[in-house]
Design a protein around this ligand. Structure first.
Ligand SMILES: [Zn+2]
Length: 314
């Protein structure tokens, strides 16, 4: 009898233990589930934070962020230089958003301060703030630290010459086409550093002063043919002088060829003979300026100068 009791007792115990283990098992599963959910939730914000953490830590991803920012700013810089100071804030804001780990949302096709840059697929919606239409002058000089991204160009002769990288391919194509048509074009001047332009202007002012002009007179005289520091197309890396910078160039077949074909490659005759009162610069048959094919086609077709064209755009 006691044995039976014992047996039934032990059976009861075994019976009563069973739900206890089930509860333990359920609890354990619950804990595991909670742990999994917790880990999943934790890992989500972590993956969001990763770019900023990595970028501030200076790993590869940050390098690509920074290079993206610098390429954005170097691409935009000259164009922004072309316009107002408020627009010039774009590269720095893009750079700061990159340094804080944010995604750069601004692109050359995004409206900035209400201005839609070209290439935005807006057809004829060009604005005078287009980098290709930049007219540096005394009121809006090129800053000394504004250096465009440069590429070497086909010079047609000896020496290394540079243009803004965005104009270089079109220029090389123009040189190749000219050569194919039997033209002998060679570059005499293209991109100039701010220092070079400053020294060039100063040298010529001193020469004019040596001829008896006072400083102001000398500057005005020289400015008709040599741009004041900060106001030269050459400093933008968008201008080229051909074949020795001579007035006689206008009587050559190379000049005729350029007048006929330069627009096909995005270039214009920058200082036409009949526009001196507007450009305030003497006729320069040797000086060509990159403005892009769309603009060049209109300017050369209508035989207007860049100032007139930009004024029409508003
Ligand atoms: Zn020139």
């Amino acid at each position: 009898m006691p044995q039976q009791v014992n047996r039934s007792y032990s059976r009861r115990r075994r019976k009563s233990r069973f739900p206890y283990f089930a509860i333990l098992l359920t609890l354990a599963l619950l804990v595991i589930t909670v742990a999994i959910v917790f880990m999943t939730q934790c890992s989500r914000p972590k993956s969001d934070q990763t770019p900023s953490q990595i970028s501030s830590a200076g790993t590869d991803s940050s390098v690509s962020d920074v290079s993206q920012a610098s390429s954005t700013s170097s691409t935009i810089d000259p164009s922004q230089a072309a316009s107002s100071a408020s627009e010039a804030s774009l590269p720095s804001s893009a750079a700061s958003s990159a340094s804080s780990g944010g995604t750069i949302t601004s692109s050359p096709t995004t409206p900035v301060n209400g201005v839609v840059p070209t290439g935005a697929g807006t057809g004829l919606g060009y604005k005078s703030s287009d980098w290709r239409l930049r007219i540096p002058n005394i009121d809006s000089p090129i800053e000394e630290d504004e250096i465009p991204e440069l590429s070497t160009i086909e010079s047609g002769g000896s020496g290394k010459f540079y243009l803004d990288s965005r104009a270089a391919d079109d220029f090389d194509a123009m040189m190749a086409a000219a050569k194919k048509d039997g033209m002998n074009l060679y570059v005499s001047s293209s991109y100039r550093t701010p220092e070079y332009q400053k020294n060039l202007f100063e040298k010529r002012v001193k020469a004019a002063m040596a001829n008896g002009e006072n400083r102001a007179e000398a500057e005005n005289t020289v400015a008709k043919e040599t741009a004041r520091p900060g106001t030269s197309d050459h400093m933008l890396g968008l201008a080229v002088d051909f074949n020795g910078v001579k007035n006689a160039f206008k009587d050559t077949k190379e000049y005729d060829w350029l007048i006929e074909h330069c627009a096909e490659y995005g270039f214009i005759l920058r200082y036409p003979e009949d526009k001196v009162d507007i450009t305030k610069v003497s006729y320069e048959p040797w000086h060509y300026r990159y403005v892009g094919k769309e603009h060049a086609a209109v300017i050369m077709e209508k035989e207007i100068c860049l100032e007139e064209y930009v004024q029409d755009l508003g």
